[in-house]
Design a protein around this ligand. Structure first.
Ligand code: SF4
Length: 70
């Protein structure tokens, strides 16, 4: 039914252990990530999001903190 790029939702996971708080995720995908300025670390706004947004955030995170299921 839907053609072209995926607009389905996929899970998004955030591992803060390797995160150094660059803020790229929150800039690239503000619908998925916010930044906690007190600790300079991101937080997830939602447990899942549009696949394109999740994959773009995964690609931009320099420390591979962001993952999904597939
Ligand atoms: S892009 Fe990655 S390293 Fe940078 S703040 Fe987000 S999760 Fe942390």
């Amino acid at each position: 039914m839907s053609g072209g790029k995926s607009d389905k939702n996929v899970p998004v996971y955030l591992d803060l252990v390797p995160c150094h708080g660059c803020g790229a995720c929150a800039e690239i995908a503000p619908e998925l990530f916010g930044m906690d300025q007190d600790v300079e670390r991101p937080f997830l706004k939602t447990p899942e999001g549009p696949e394109d947004s999740v994959r773009q955030a995964m690609a931009y995170c320099p420390n591979d903190c962001i993952t999904t299921d597939e």
